[in-house]
Design a protein around this ligand. Sequence first.
Ligand code: ATP
Length: 237
Amino acid sequence: MALLEVEDLRVAYGKIEAVKGISFSVERGQVVTLIGTNGAGKTTTLRTLSGLLTPVGGRITFDGEQLVGRDAHKIVADGLAHSPEGRRIFPRLTIEENLQLGAFLRKDSDAVARDIRHAYELFPILGERRGQAAGTLSGGEQQMLAMGRALMSRPQLLMLDEPSMGLSPIMMQRIMETIGELKAQGTTILLVEQNAQAALSLADHGHVMEIGRITLSGTGDELLHDPSVRKAYLGED
Ligand code: ATP
């Protein structure tokens, strides 16, 4: 059985239906990406999976359990972590305090300390700055912290919303490499990205979203070589 199964999911803001019946699944150990232009409904989908929005229809099955109607913090405890768009770190807290907050549901303090060390291995700059206020980090460093914090709940599924947004090409490459490292370590990832080239290169499967619907699905490689994807998302004529 897939770790995550989304069936005919529909989400609305008042009368506006932002997600119009999408279905996809994520197998354990896979990286699955949702690509598509602004307003396609990608962020809405992730926020619904996290329990922050209630769908008007459809089913979400995670690790064999129904998620719809469950509290957001219960969903984190169930193993689904979300690194949101725009990072949302706590700027006045230190880097280490931000990481500790990611583990707020855990009682195993020795393992938490080990995972903080692991976050510093993945992102050495966070270790060097551990006592510094997180608001003083650059955009890319804050993105690293947001990812590190999401990992601190030891998720079964890590959802990343636009991790490359607003980053320099070098920082973007660094973030994408880290996602590749996490994948190699067996982390299951649902990745929302505007940077289709980078996302599809990493992904086992991808889905193209357009105004609330999935219009095309395939392996990362298939989509990377699909003429319509190349034209619409990779800037080719
Ligand atoms: P982006 O990459 O720009 O974040 P997206 O694919 O993630 O795009 P969503 O943010 O999910 O798209 O938005 C889907 C649609 O829902 C858009 O038309 C957006 O304007 C609308 N929408 C999003 N949030 C709200 C809200 N809080 N209230 C009303 N409409 C919203």
